[in-house]
Ligand binder design. Structure first.
Ligand SMILES: Nc1ncnc2c1ncn2[C@@H]1O[C@H](COP(=O)(O)OP(=O)(O)OP(=O)(O)O)[C@@H](O)[C@H]1O
Ligand SMILES: [Mg+2]
Length: 443
């Protein structure tokens, strides 16, 4: 077959299917638009778990009349003008692709919207599958926007069938992602009230999520899982510096040589045995407030946690704050993957910082006890128990946990454990003095 150009409508279908891959991404895009519009209240209404329709109602800025024609056209956005703006983007959306893709993937997309200047009058808009405006009419409406998708994925027969078959599971995934928004963007100042309902075809209406709209992550946890779920949860607030990696430095040709500062804030389970959870189901990660998948960072948190509480996984909400030029959000069409520059350095610094964040959280004495237990669990007892070993192999093994945590070079030394720990703690910890004075004496 000779090479020919694909027609525009087919291209639109093909690329749209990559932007909105499942039920949860469809809902996510609508909720993100509402957050970007400055809403303080967002209601997500599923009908029949989302199979019949999904409606997202907000009280944000609304859509101006001039934008009606272009709202759902591909690559039309109010958030980004040039490619270089992408390094400083702080809104969730930036590509102008979500609504246009949703139009291609639903039976119908309708919008009702009003701005501060038009309320109590608003406009109802119906869009066709290419995102063009089909119909408009006047409606009564308070300031804000409602967007309704009917029969999602009906133009893609296979995906629709799959969705119908797995609808309960897909709905659960969407709820889990909405939990991430309830704990992250909706719990940031000024606070967004998030309500999620599901009206079943036959039967009742349920409200799986209802938050109060307070700017507090703890309040959101209480709203989602009840006040008991805050037992054994402590705050995380750590700050550390990350050295740029050599490869990145080379590419940047010596611009921005400075290390950058990372701050991690959120909540986690106490590090004592029994205080964690059976699985990793309640772990939420954000980069500058944007919920995302961060497998390596998640692994790092779990590894450190497991060295204290070997059989459980922690509850974690971790917002990783860093300069916007350090990462790239434009990696996957669903914007859930984030490419971090100097990732390996960031992870090893995070490990050490998270590990040592404990004394401030659970008290120094408990920390020292846990710390010694951590070291004792690893091969290295001869050194820690104070038996002076002259065998460099022993020493190397004893330093293994430290080395792994901080990428320390192995130092073969014959000094006592107390001395060697003293020598190295300043390298690992910004305020080592209280730790040094409380180090357990060699047995
Ligand atoms: N709920 C809303 N309230 C106000 N304006 C909205 C709302 N939803 C969409 N818009 C407007 O429609 C435009 C297109 O939305 P769309 O989601 O398609 O693109 P985007 O958010 O700019 O980028 P992305 O494709 O990355 O999400 C937005 O830039 C915004 O101006
Ligand atoms: Mg968007």
């Amino acid at each position: 077959m000779s090479i020919k150009a694909i027609d525009k409508a087919s291209i639109h279908h093909i690329t749209s299917g990559q932007v909105v891959i499942d039920l949860q991404t469809a809902v996510k895009e609508l909720v993100e638009n509402s957050v970007d519009a400055g809403a303080t209240s967002i209601e997500v209404r599923f009908r029949n778990y989302g199979l019949s329709s999904i409606e997202v109602v907000d009280n944000g800025c609304g859509i101006a009349e001039d934008d009606y024609e272009s709202i759902a056209l591909k690559h039309h956005t109010s958030k980004l003008e040039t490619f270089s703006d992408l390094t400083s983007v702080e809104t969730f959306g930036f590509r102008g692709e979500a609504l246009s893709s949703l139009c291609a993937l639903s039976e119908q997309v309708s919008i009702s919207t009003a701005t501060a200047s038009t309320t109590p009058m608003g406009t109802s808009l119906v869009l066709d599958s290419s995102g063009k405006l089909l119909k408009r009419s006047a409606v009564a409406r308070n300031q804000g926007t409602s967007i309704t998708l009917t029969n999602i994925f009906s133009p893609l027969a296979v995906r629709r069938k799959e969705l119908e078959r797995n609808i309960k599971r897909e709905f659960a995934k969407a709820l889990s992602l909405l939990n991430a928004y309830a704990l992250g963007p909706c719990a940031a100042a000024p606070g967004i009230r998030l309500t999620v309902t599901n009206q079943q075809e036959k039967g009742g209406k349920s409200t799986p999520i209802r938050t109060l709209g307070l700017p507090s992550c703890r309040e959101s946890v209480t709203a989602l899982w009840g006040p008991k779920s805050l037992d054994n949860i402590v705050d995380v607030d750590i700050t550390f510096e990350v050295e740029r990696e050599k490869v990145v430095l080379k590419r940047l040709q010596n611009q921005e040589l400075e290390p950058f500062t990372v701050q991690v804030r959120g909540l986690t389970s106490k590090f004592s045995v029994g205080c964690g959870r059976a699985g990793t189901d309640r772990q939420f990660f954000y980069v500058n407030g944007r919920p995302c998948n961060m497998n390596k960072i998640q692994k790092c948190f779990n590894e450190v946690y497991r060295s204290f509480n070997a059989t459980q996984a922690p509850f974690i909400v971790a917002n990783i704050m860093m300069p916007t030029h350090i990462y790239d959000v434009n990696v996957s069409p669903d914007k859930r993957t984030i490419l971090l520059h100097s990732e390996a350095n960031l992870i090893s610094a995070l490990k050490v910082a998270f590990f040592f964040s404990l004394p401030y959280v659970i008290g120094l004495t408990t920390h020292i006890r846990l710390l010694s237990r951590f070291i004792l669990r690893h091969p290295g007892q001869p050194l820690i128990s104070g038996r002076r070993s002259r065998d460099p192999k022993h020493l190397r093994r004893a330093y293994f946990p430290w080395r792994r945590l901080a990428k320390l070079p192995v130092i073969a030394t014959r000094s006592s454990p107390k001395r060697t720990m003293k020598d190295h703690l300043p390298l690992l910890h910004p305020h080592p003095q209280p730790l040094l004075s409380a180090l357990p004496a060699p047995l």
